[in-house]
Each structure stands twice: as structure tokens, then as C-alpha cells.
Write a protein that binds this ligand. Sequence first.
Ligand SMILES: NC(=O)C1=CN([C@@H]2O[C@H](COP(=O)(O)OP(=O)(O)OC[C@H]3O[C@@H](n4cnc5c(N)ncnc54)[C@H](O)[C@@H]3O)[C@@H](O)[C@H]2O)C=CC1
Ligand SMILES: O=C1[C@@H](O)[C@H](O)[C@@H](O)[C@H](O)[C@H]1O
Length: 344
Amino acid sequence: MTLRFGVVGTGAIGKEHINRITNKLSGGKVIAVTDVNQESAKQAVEAYQLDAVIYPDDKALIADPNVDVVLVSSWGPAHEETVVAAVEAGKYVFCEKPLATTAAGCLRIVEAEMKQGKKLVQVGFMRRYDSGYIQLKQAIEGNEIGEPLMIRAAHRNPQVGESYTTDMAVTDTLIHEIDVLHWLIDDDYKSVQVHFPRKTKYSHANLQDPQLFTITTNRGIVISVEVFVNCQYGYDIQCEVIGDEGIVKLPEFQSVVLRKNQKLSSTILNDWKYRFMDAYNVEIQDFIDSITKDGKPNGPTSWDGYIAAVTSDACVKAQQTGEEELIHLQERPAFYSEKGLQII
Ligand SMILES: NC(=O)C1=CN([C@@H]2O[C@H](COP(=O)(O)OP(=O)(O)OC[C@H]3O[C@@H](n4cnc5c(N)ncnc54)[C@H](O)[C@@H]3O)[C@@H](O)[C@H]2O)C=CC1
Ligand SMILES: O=C1[C@@H](O)[C@H](O)[C@@H](O)[C@H](O)[C@H]1O
């Protein structure tokens, strides 16, 4: 069986996903595309020599009876409307982060999905499929470090453009840590506070950079995450979990070690595309395989999208107030009680 994909949004990651479904993975085929910029949709069809219909908008693409899966890789604010329409039409959905830009929007998707009576949606939190994070989770669950007490993490991008504003450090960037860290330690977040250190000279008027988030969990684990999106030197993701019997650290990206000119060096990447290339491939292959075998996606659910949105709202509020802000989650519906992907 081949799952037939319709892709909504053929920008940077949309094209990456089209390429991987078409040329790298098995069991999926892109048969429809759309983008508000129709030229971009045409370019995608040409670049990957797709035998695909170019639709004028998401509604027309969803209405195509041949489309089994709607892959949503448009801008964040457009996600909710497309996902709700696709779910109401009974289609499977792979939605890039964020699931919706507000917690209320995520709940509307949750309601639509529960109404269909089966899981249809997976959110693109690909770090859960990264081999380094999986090794961290195995070490924690294997009791290698005893009880986790603290986490120190950093999310660094080399630079961002003028359209990237202070709140996006949360909604666009920190959101990956928000998802992966609660999954890693199997705990819920309780509160968050944000500190703004001295601003880098490489930032601009509408962006406070770097930022330091202190998140506390219900079990009292204190997490500090540095978001620094104009760090200049590369794309660098760090995570260290400190327990009462040991410490585990996310492996560095593997590269050869060069000895030259009295220096020992290795490569740091400069883009998310390369750092998480394997994770994106494994993520979408797992999405295809689990739907094909079990009739439902196995990865991060709409409820995970909701947890991320509630936490992200509290983080943005904490940026504005400078105070410690509480993170209030609604009770998890039984529909989402099965935890899905744990360690693959
Ligand atoms: N999981 C990850 O690591 C990453 C996730 N993302 C997420 O993927 C999404 C897309 O990001 P990029 O590809 O970097 O952005 P992009 O700006 O390169 O592409 C977005 C595309 O969506 C189109 N679009 C916007 N609204 C639309 C609508 N209503 N219908 C159809 N097309 C629409 C735009 O014309 C554009 O071509 C974002 O939500 C972003 O947060 C992006 C990069 C990495
Ligand atoms: O999702 C991503 C981008 O949208 C975001 O802008 C980057 O900061 C992240 O590192 C990347 O993974």
C-alpha cells in the first residue's frame, strides 16, 4: 500500500519533506501540492519531477479523494484551519510545529480528532526521533543517572532575519525543547521564568537575544534553556541531564577530528536541515509505517501539540512580565492516554 500525500506549503521544509518522501523513504508518494505562492508549488513539482496536481488552496487539496494524508508545512498561523479541515474530512495529517499558534486552536483540533473517533494527527516534533535524544531517554529510563534533578540545554542558531521577533524565540525555537524535554523525563511543567542577559550586537531592534528560560517541573526538576539565535558560529543543540547518580549529555554531531596547524578540530553544522536530517527521515518513515500497519500515527499527538502551545503561551507571558508564570494544563483525555512513541 502506498500512502498518497497532499502537501500544503512548499517552502523550505515543505520541499525537504517532498524530497524525502519522493527520493529517500518508502511507502509514500506526493500526488498533490498547494501553496499561497503558486509559483513555489510549481517549482516543487518541477524540481522533484512529481506527478502531482497543483491545487489553488488547501480546501481543494483536502477535497481530492485520492489524498490520504495532508502534510501541513505552511506558516504556523495557517496550520489550525488546514488541520481542522483535513481531520473533518477524515484524512491523516502530518503537521509541522506548531500544531496551532494558540492552546485554544490546539483544543479545536483535539476536539475534531476525538469526534472522528481515531487518531489521525502527528506533530512534527522530530527530536523524539533523533538517535542522541533516544540514547538520553534510554539512559534515564535505564536508571543510569538515578533521579533527574536538573537539565541544562542550549538551542543556538547562527543568525536569524529581521522578521524574527522576541516571542519567536519561544514559538519557533524553544518549542522543540518544550516538547522533547517533558518526553525525556516523563514529567509535566509547572512554571517558567525568563531572563534577558545583555543583548548581542548581532541582534536587531525587535529581538532580545539571547534569552534564558528557567522551567520547573511538577517533580521539582529545574531546567535551564538558553536560546541564542544569532550566535554566529553554527547550529548547536546541547542538552545535559544531571541526576543524583550521574550525568548524561546529548552526543555531539559526529564529524571527523582534524589535526592540523597545531589544532585539534571537528565540524559544527550551520543548519537544522543537516543536524536533524536523520531524525526527519525516521520520523516521516515511522508516520508512514504506523499508518500502513496499525491505521494510526505513532508519533507526537495533537495532545502533545496542545502541551507545547500551553507551555509556549506561559513562556511568552513570562517574557512580557518578567515574573514566574504558572503552566496550567487541562486534564489529559482518555483518548490520548496511550503514550505512543517512547523509545524506537
Ligand atoms: N521541525 C522543524 O525542525 C522545522 C519546522 N518548521 C516549521 O515548518 C513550517 C514552515 O516553515 P518553513 O518551511 O521554514 O517556512 P517557509 O516560509 O519557507 O515556507 C512556508 C510556505 O507556506 C506557504 N503558505 C503560507 N500560508 C499558506 C497557506 N494558508 N496555504 C498554503 N501555503 C501557505 C508560504 O507561501 C511558504 O511557501 C513552520 O511552521 C515552521 O515552524 C520549519 C523549519 C524546521
Ligand atoms: O524549527 C526550526 C526553525 O523553524 C527555527 O527557526 C529554528 O530555531 C529551529 O532550530 C528549527 O529546528
